[in-house]
Ligand binder design. Structure first.
Ligand SMILES: Nc1nc2c(c(=O)[nH]1)N[C@H]1C(S)=C(S)[C@@H](COP(=O)(O)OP(=O)(O)OC[C@H]3O[C@@H](n4cnc5c(=O)[nH]c(N)nc54)[C@H](O)[C@@H]3O)O[C@H]1N2
Ligand SMILES: Nc1nc2c(c(=O)[nH]1)N[C@H]1C(S)=C(S)[C@@H](COP(=O)(O)OP(=O)(O)OC[C@H]3O[C@@H](n4cnc5c(=O)[nH]c(N)nc54)[C@H](O)[C@@H]3O)O[C@H]1N2
Ligand code: SF4
Ligand SMILES: [Mo]
Length: 853
């Protein structure tokens, strides 16, 4: 980059910081256009003909796929993005969203300098009147607030909130928080997909997601997953799905005709939150018809199938191989889950169930059953997760060719050295306080990995804050999150955030969450500007990919997980609290030189080197590629593991019995411990958590009637929430292409936010295609445009999540800070939970009404 540009850009920044910040808060819109033009003129010119550019490896976090990417950079500017050709998961392939990242990083509404609120009044209706301050001033303020809390013996009233993150996050997320003296590091996991993990963990010991061997599958049954549009590893599955359709039978169960359903051999438009009915009936038929996979599940001792509908069986008659509790499951509930029973619970044709079960049996073990948030993130969703995943055991797809398996084992140093020796007396006093999200209390077991209170309950944190139970939160540092937008009944967050004494938000844009901040710390864009490291699975491979700065930073921004916490630790040390600073300099050492980082810029790179050292230092070949050096890793941008070894977990599942547990001994123990902790019975826990099962039924896959919220007469329809193909979670909001290409989502229209109604329902309501409508539930309402479409089950309304921003930028909102564009589904989704997992419910319970605006 030429010197001339550097100087003039600095000058530009100096003169424009104030107007930029003000215009970004809506205080002055007139200054925006010349500003953008000026930046355009100052940007290095790219010329595809000169060939001066190069591909640089990085990782996209547009969604949880965490794909390895390459960015083509010319003269310091990113001009194109593709899948990293060195990746053995997805190669050059990508989902369409990758292109939107260019509009994110060069978003003219990005925060360019630290900002401070000048309006002391907090609330959605109060313009914060942000104005620029220096990094030094901003961090000084935050450090003072933390020191004051500690001096008052209230260090637990500090909280760190995390949305997206990379694997270098542990210092800012855990160690810094604990050294300050707070237990409150709150992640977004339970508004993401925690209920999804319940089946896999409590049946085969995997608290995590699976990869699906679609290339060899013969039968794919998806409960709500839409792998060519959302879910994990869209880049890989959208590349291979076409072939899969040729060799496998594909059935998609979803109240909405998703992109994957539209290409499937069969679409079952299920009634929301009734997936377990179908899953259980398939299991029932498979047993009665003798279609279970015997090499995995085992067989009757005398070889005669004794599964007869309605009849119990003596467990001693059956020899299980790699599973546990098949007969108990049958006796407790499955014997009665006939196709006729299913037809009574919901409107699925018994013949359809029988033919699916038979086809699955014929295809076994090359069978894979997918679940998704849609099928399980509802109150009582744990048991849908159980019922769906149990089919993977029954048909032997677990760890099998054409089936599914977890991440290949690899080695990373994601855990940083113990920071307990750095807890001072002040920290020790408060660090063990209960957490603000109330995890582990009687009605919130959140049984991550079998531990009472092991998981987060993200969306309950504002409830804890508002009721000061267990205490109030006063000071908050949050990054890469927008919880008042992304959680059900986000209004609760608005109230809780308004009450905070001080909040700092690390963000690229002034989002809805930032609106409540006292200071805004401008973040580097994760994909182009920051150091980080991530991993991803698919195609039988586990890859690890780097995030590295590849372009010239345009503005006065910093890395969320390294530079900012480093400078904060330094500030705290200057003010007399030096533990975090000493931890950084004594414990976080470069894996080769054993030296600490010299400054904040070095810190991010050092942390990536620390985490990834096992991949490029001697010994890497035990798990995968031997790249030989750090430089080669960064050059390739991605490291690939050895292929997954099939059946390695058979007989060694990380469950209590080491078997695939149809009867979950693991859950029985976990629930037993939780009950004991509260001196109640397991049945009392189940009652407190609003599940129907009592006795041993709680430990097997079974049907729980969906909980629905609202009066059925007043709110006769059910909302079906979905992700857009172009959603980068809530972060596509300010990219014009999102709106321009919105019709890539089946049934949707460009430029507007639509709710898709079945023409049968629309006719009853007198609503026509294109009408402005109001969608309301007992907790709120939103406005959007009606789209009439046969692809939604009558009685339900499908609507993409993602629009409905009133902040974030000029495209996201109609008027920044005051006028919403489209509608946010979370405004009408009542705050409810699947309490065993701690997951927020986003599906199944949302009764709504639709009327013309
Ligand atoms: N395009 C896109 N892809 C993404 C993301 C994104 O923002 N955009 N985000 C990523 C993230 S963070 C995550 S956690 C994963 C989540 O990926 P998934 O776990 O697959 O979940 P969602 O994409 O939220 O899917 C919800 C689906 O469930 C359907 N559904 C709703 N109710 C029901 C029901 O009762 N039964 C059934 N069977 N289906 C139902 C909806 O129509 C929709 O198709 O996706 C990742 N992939
Ligand atoms: N109704 C409904 N709600 C949902 C979902 C749904 O399908 N339907 N999906 C859920 C799921 S799966 C998830 S994972 C959550 C996600 O929810 P969150 O974790 O809250 O994530 P986002 O809403 O994407 O907000 C991220 C915020 O980080 C900031 N930001 C953007 N880019 C960057 C960056 O590069 N660096 C930094 N430091 N900051 C940045 C912006 O302020 C942005 O608003 O939403 C959940 N909410
Ligand atoms: S948006 Fe998701 S699927 Fe698409 S490239 Fe990024 S991480 Fe991969
Ligand atoms: Mo998620």
């Amino acid at each position: 980059m030429s010197k001339k540009i550097q100087i003039s850009r600095r000058a530009l920044l100096k003169s424009s910081a104030a107007t930029a910040a003000l215009s970004a808060t809506g205080c002055s819109t007139t200054a925006v256009e010349p500003m953008v033009e000026a930046i355009e003129n100052e940007l290095p010119k790219s010329d595809a003909l000169t060939g001066t550019g190069k591909w640089v490896g990085t990782t996209c976090q547009g969604c949880t796929s965490w794909c390895a990417k390459q960015v083509y950079v010319m003269d310091g500017r990113a001009v194109k993005v593709r899948g990293n050709v060195n990746s053995q998961v997805h190669g050059e392939s990508s989902c369409p969203r990758q292109h939107l990242s260019l509009q994110q990083v060069y978003d003219p509404d990005r925060v360019r300098t630290p900002l401070i609120r000048t309006n002391p009044k907090k609330g959605q209706q109060h313009d914060p009147m942000f104005k620029p301050i220096s990094w030094d001033e901003a961090l000084d303020l935050l450090a003072d607030k933390i020191i004051n809390l500690r001096n008052a013996g209230e260090a637990n009233k500090y909280a760190l909130l995390r949305g997206r993150y990379s694997h270098i996050n542990e210092f800012v997320y855990k160690h810094l928080t604990n050294m300050i003296g707070s237990p409150n590091n709150i992640s977004h996991s339970s508004i993401c997909a925690e209920a999804h993990k319940m089946g896999p963990y409590y049946q085969d010991g995997n608290w995590g997601y699976n990869q699906y061997d679609v290339a060899n599958a013969k039968f794919i049954l998806s409960f709500g997953a839409d792998p060519i549009a959302s879910n994990r590893q869209v880049s890989y599955y959208s590349k291979t799905w076409g072939d899969a359709l040729d060799q496998a039978k594909v059935v998609v169960v979803d109240p909405r005709l998703s992109a994957s359903a539209s290409k499937a051999h069969k679409w079952i438009p299920i009634e929301p939150a009734k997936d377990s009915v179908l899953a259980l009936a398939i299991a029932h038929v498979a047993l009665v018809e003798g279609g279970w996979h015997k090499p995995f599940v085992g067989d009757f001792k005398d070889g005669n199938n004794q599964f007869v509908a309605g009849k119990t069986i003596a467990a001693s008659q059956f020899d299980e191989k790699y599973t546990h509790g098949l007969i108990e499951w049958w006796n407790l509930t499955l014997k009665d889950c006939t196709p006729q029973w299913a037809a009574e619970q919901t409107d699925i044709d018994p013949q359809t169930i029988i033919s699916i079960a038979k086809d699955m049996a014929a295809a076994a073990p090359a069978v894979q059953v997918w679940t998704s948030r849609g099928a399980v993130m509802h109150t009582r969703g744990t048991y849908t997760s159980f019922a769906c995943h149990a089919l993977n055991g029954l048909f032997g797809g677990i760890d099998n060719k054409g089936g599914l398996f977890p991440a290949n084992k690899i080695k990373l140093h994601k855990s940083f050295p113990d920071s307990k020796p750095y807890l001072d007396d002040i920290a020790k006093k408060t660090v063990k306080s209960p957490k603000i999200d109330q995890r582990g209390t009687l009605a919130f077991p959140a049984l991550k990995k079998g531990k009472s209170g092991g998981g987060v309950i993200t969306s309950n944190a504002p409830n804890g804050m508002l009721s000061a139970d267990p205490y109030e939160i006063k000071v908050m540092l949050a990054y890469f999150n927008n919880f008042n937008f992304s959680s059900p009944e986000g209004q609760r967050w608005n109230e809780a955030l308004s009450q905070l004494e001080f909040m700092a938000h690390i963000t690229t844009n002034i989002s809805e969450f930032s609106w409540f901040a006292d200071i805004i710390l401008p973040a580097n864009h994760h994909m182009f500007e920051k150091w980080g490291v991530l991993d991803s699975i698919g195609n039988g491979v586990h890859q690890v990919s780097v995030q590295q700065p590849s372009i010239d930073r345009l503005w006065n921004t910093k890395d969320d997980e390294s530079e900012i916490p480093y400078l904060l630790a330094k500030k705290l040390a200057e003010k007399g609290f030096d533990k975090p600073w000493r931890y950084i300099n004594e414990q976080l050492l470069d894996p080769e030189t054993q030296q600490p980082a010299k400054n904040e810029q070095e810190f991010g790179k050092l942390l990536v080197r620390y985490v990834t050292a096992p991949l490029w230092q001697p010994g890497a070949d035990k798990y995968g590629e031997d790249l030989g050096s750090w430089d080669k890793f960064v050059e390739a941008g991605v490291w690939n593991s050895h292929p997954y070894k099939l059946k390695t977990r058979w007989g060694k599942f990380k469950t209590e019995t080491k078997q695939f547990e149809f009867y979950s001994k693991t859950l029985e123990t976990a629930l037993g411990k939780h009950a004991k902790k509260h001196s109640v019975s397991v049945d009392e826990v189940m009652a407190a958590c609003e599940y129907e099962a009592r006795g041993k039924l709680a430990f097997v896959p079974h049907y729980e009637a969906p909980y629905r919220f609202g009066d059925a007469k007043q709110y006769p329809l059910l909302l079906v929430d979905q992700k857009s193909r172009l959603n980068k979670e809530g972060r596509s909001a300010n990219t014009p292409w999102y709106y321009e290409f919105k019709d890539v989502d089946p049934g949707d229209k460009v430029e507007v936010d639509t709710a898709k109604l079945n023409p049968i329902d629309a006719q009853k309501l007198g609503i026509k295609d294109g009408d402005n409508i109001i969608v309301s539930s007992p907790v709120g309402q939103l406005s959007c445009t009606a789209a009439l479409w046969e692809g939604v089950r009558p009685g339900t309304v499908a609507k993409c999540f993602g629009q409905g921003h009133w902040a974030y930028g000029r495209h996201a909102s109609l008027k920044f800070g005051s006028q919403v564009r489209g509608g946010n589904n979370n405004d009408i989704i009542a705050d409810r939970y699947d309490r065993l997992s701690g997951a927020s419910a986003f599906y199944g319970h949302i009764r709504i009404q639709v009327s013309k605006a």
